[in-house]
Design a protein around this ligand. Structure first.
Ligand code: GLU
Ligand code: ZN
Length: 295
């Protein structure tokens, strides 16, 4: 059976050539437990495990439940159950540790890591408090994000009222090797401006947690959907501010498309693994459905 997209294996072999040798190659599957696994996740998992297979990489499983309002333990359990049923598994200790009530691979369990990184950036004088609301920012750009012009740079982090904390990014053009798309050149300061690392509700943000975690977990091979492409340069710069010295490469994979090339509708994409299993499909059939028309 075809378990992985061909391109995933090829990208993995390139990763092995680029990174292999002395350092272990480590990638991750990092779902946010905001819902059940659906076919879009199945395609993503097939890419992660396929690239890992080609690269000879270790796969870490990490629960990105930094968003307290949207993530639930029930969704986490459902994701772990579905992954196991699909056969996307790993002997990395992260997976076993997620069976426990406390795991360093579950973001909500380890605020101390984000706090330490925050303190490090604060000591370096790179953080500032931002009270801007949506109305204060320019309209969203083509990628749906609003450029932040740096209005509050220089303000203290403990301003009164609802204050988000942003980090000053250096004004650099970044270059990241993507094994599928070639070198990605981005200019985060110009494209997005300084990112929020703790929002006005006091929650650590996706951009911040993912960088802290990729660093502490020694991730050097990042496999994820093309929908997060615009975050990569920012994450490189943030990682450098936090002291990353080792390189990483990425594989941004295509999302799920219908046969006519249009992106599958939310409804089709969000067909859950559980629903398909309960309808009598085998794990193999579900993985094949996830990979259909890949690319
Ligand atoms: N947790 C993110 C998501 O589920 C993915 C993390 C990443 O690959 O950067 O969309
Ligand atoms: Zn502001």
């Amino acid at each position: 059976m075809q378990r992985y997209p061909d391109d995933a294996l090829v990208c993995g072999e390139v990763a092995r050539r680029l990174l292999g040798g002395h350092t272990p190659i480590v990638t991750r599957f990092a779902p946010s437990p905001t819902g059940e696994l659906h076919l879009g996740h199945v395609l993503h998992a097939a890419w992660v495990w396929g690239v890992a297979e080609g690269a000879g990489a270790r796969v870490i499983v990490r629960m990105e439940d930094h968003d307290r309002a949207r993530c639930t333990p029930a969704f986490e359990r459902a994701i772990l159950r579905d992954l196991a049923w699909l056969g996307f598994t790993t002997d990395d200790p992260s997976l076993a540790s997620l069976q426990e009530a406390h795991s360093t691979f579950r973001q909500s369990n380890v605020p101390e890591f984000y706090q330490a990184a925050f303190d490090q950036l604060a000591r370096a004088g790179l953080l500032y408090g931002c009270t801007c609301g949506r109305a204060d920012l320019p309209a969203p750009g083509p990628d749906g994000e609003r450029h932040y012009p740096g209005t509050c740079r220089g303000e203290p982090i403990d301003r009164p009222g609802r204050t988000a904390v942003r980090v000053m990014l250096p004004d650099h053009v970044t270059a990241v090797e993507d094994l599928r798309l070639g070198t990605l050149h981005q200019h985060p300061a110009r494209e997005h401006g300084d990112p929020v690392i703790r929002d006005a509700q006091g929650q650590w943000t996706y951009q911040f947690c993912v960088v802290v975690d990729d660093l502490r977990h020694g991730i050097n091979l990042i496999v994820r959907g093309e929908d997060i492409l615009a975050s990569t340069g920012r994450q490189l710069l943030l990682g450098e501010l936090l002291g990353r010295t080792t390189p990483f490469v990425t594989v941004h994979h295509p999302l799920l498309y219908a046969a006519d090339g249009t992106k599958l509708s939310k409804r089709d994409r969000s067909e859950t693994v559980r629903a398909l299993r309960e309808a009598g499909m085998s794990a193999r059939e579900v993985v094949e459905a996830g990979m259909m028309d890949d690319g």
